[in-house]
Write a protein of this length. Structure first.
Ligand code: SAM
Length: 297
């Protein structure tokens, strides 16, 4: 399967960029089943099963072992990433923020599994087929949101703030935003617009968690693309080299710092070490230097 990206393209959870959300949930399902020290996402496996892509289902349920490369670049990183964003939201709401916005929510189940303080409103925004499928599936499983949960179908390349406002978001009050596993799937100018829009909607006290990938050195991406292609063939997904936007872009960390955010950052390499996970033996995907960041307004 191959597909290329274009302005205004769309997808569900088994196609194009949507399949990357199912892939992320598959990694959380495997992590939850095999090592619950860092994360516990009981909804990941049933959601992946409901999507119904055969290999993802077999991986999520343990019928198929993931293999060493997938274990490292996918499952161990999913553990630290999920923990990072879980703690981000718990700290942000612990500090008094009562509006959380999960951008590109995919099969994220935080609205159903985190202990949100009373009065917290959690907005989830992703493509219509994605948010509809997840909400319907979790309702069918009898899952109850643990906050005031508001689902906002939309496209982050378009005028998405209007839809959030219509759902009740109040930009005059602080907001905790997450953009997890998203930026590389946006064209560079759409990433800049997204970060500008988040900045303009963020009252003092707001926070944002996202990732910042260092720009590639010449030749770096050729190796990364080969690996992504092998991984896609192994997983039977759309060729992931066609889903991400490669090349130079404004790196999120300095871009946000220049717009008045104060940053707290950690590399994936450091987070693997501090969480007692093995170091990356093969970093042709250039994951080690990627930053997880929390930005404070
Ligand atoms: N944040 C989720 C997680 O970590 O499990 C999903 C990450 S997945 C790698 C990328 C997500 O970004 C998908 O759910 C996809 O639908 C969403 N996405 C990408 N581009 C988007 C856009 N232009 N508008 C809305 N959602 C988008």
């Amino acid at each position: 399967m191959t597909s290329t990206r274009y302005d205004g393209d769309s997808w569900d959870l088994s196609s194009s960029v949507g399949s990357t959300a199912t892939m992320a949930a598959t990694a959380r399902a495997i992590a939850t089943r095999t090592d619950r020290r860092l994360i516990d996402d009981p909804f990941a496996a049933p959601l992946v099963q409901a999507v119904g892509v055969d290999l993802f289902t077999r991986l999520a349920t343990g019928a198929e072992p993931p293999g060493e490369f997938v274990q490292q670049v996918w499952i161990d990183i999913a553990k630290i990433r999920t923990k990072y964003y879980d703690e981000f939201f718990l700290r942000a709401t612990g500090s008094g923020i009562r509006q959380a916005v999960i951008l590109a929510s995919g099969l994220d189940s935080r609205a159903y599994r985190l202990a949100w303080p009373a009065g917290t409103v959690v907005y989830e925004l992703d493509k219509p087929d994605v948010v509809d499928f997840k909400t319907r599936t979790l309702a069918g499983l009898g899952a109850e949101p643990t906050a005031d949960h508001r689902v906002v179908p939309g496209d982050l390349r378009d005028d998405w703030p209007q839809a959030l406002r219509a759902a009740g978001l109040d930009p005059a009050q602080p907001i905790a935003w997450s953009a997890e596993g998203l930026l590389g799937y946006l064209p560079p100018d759409a990433q800049d617009r997204l970060l500008d829009t988040i900045t303009s909607l963020s009252a003092p006290g707001s926070r944002l968690a996202t990732e910042s990938r260092p720009n590639p050195q010449p030749g770096d991406e050729t190796k990364a693309k080969e690996h992504l292609q092998q991984l896609s063939e192994r997983l039977g997904t759309d060729n992931m080299t066609n889903l991400r936007y490669f090349g130079q872009r404004n790196e999120a960390a300095p871009y946000l710092a220049a717009r008045g955010w104060t940053l707290d950052t950690a590399t994936i390499r450091d987070l693997l070490a501090t969480n007692n996970l093995p170091p990356l033996v093969d970093d042709t995907m250039q994951m080690g230097d990627m930053l997880y960041l929390t930005a404070f307004r």
